[in-house]
Design a protein. Structure first.
Length: 212
């Protein structure tokens, strides 16, 4: 089962990817987490991506595709995977096709910009393991402490108000065209994501069970 999660920043892709990962035992390949790990480790690709990430812009296609291609070759991704955060542009989508990656289903989580801004203001991320939380929708057991590893929860720079606006503008301009791209291929399912996390998960699982 090879899946893509589409949706604006803060639509809940990371949270839903975790639920799919647990239910179907396939890894979630989060471009954001992979890139942030590279930035943290000071790798060449990390240094190259850092300037774009800090400004809320999109990391260049060649960097993204190189990272994802390497990750797909790992043993745990051989029976399927979830792509979260890629493709972000038509060029990336075409690159995946040229690599021979046959996507089974694309789940587009639809959430309004107003709802996105409200959500991201409460988002927290573990500085150690990258686990995601939200002060309202997915709080940690202890305030500002990661349930998974005990690390400190922080507000990422790309979740600050001005950066959020830049990220949304970039999404509408560069990523939204992918909706039609995958709709034309008969692989797109639209999921209303403005309601509860549980309701969104239920609708996603219904779509995946129909696929199986």
């Amino acid at each position: 089962m090879k899946l893509i999660l589409l949706g604006a920043p803060g639509a809940g892709k990371g949270t839903q990817a975790e639920f799919i990962e647990k239910k179907y035992d396939i890894p979630s390949l989060s471009t954001g987490n992979i890139l942030r790990e590279a930035v943290k480790n000071g790798t060449p690709v990390g240094l190259k991506a850092k300037a774009y990430m800090d400004a809320g812009g999109l990391v260049p296609d060649d960097v993204i595709i190189g990272v994802i291609k390497e990750r797909m070759q790992a043993p745990d991704a051989q029976k399927g995977f979830i792509l979260d955060g890629v493709p972000r542009t038509l060029a990336q989508a075409e690159a995946l096709e040229s690599m021979g990656v046959d996507i089974d289903l694309v789940l587009d989580i639809e959430v309004s910009d107003e709802n996105i801004i409200e959500r991201l203001s409460g988002r927290r991320v573990c500085e150690k393991c990258g686990a995601s939380y939200h002060t309202v929708f997915k709080p940690s057991q202890k305030p500002e402490v990661c349930d998974r590893c005990g690390g400190r929860l922080i507000i990422r720079k790309d979740d600050e108000p001005e950066t959020i606006k830049a990220r949304l503008a970039a999404y509408h301009e560069q990523t939204e065209p992918l909706i039609d791209f995958y709709k034309q291929r008969g692989k797109l399912v639209e999921i209303e994501g403005s309601y509860s996390v549980e309701k969104t998960t239920e609708r996603i699982f219904q779509a995946l069970e129909a696929l199986r």
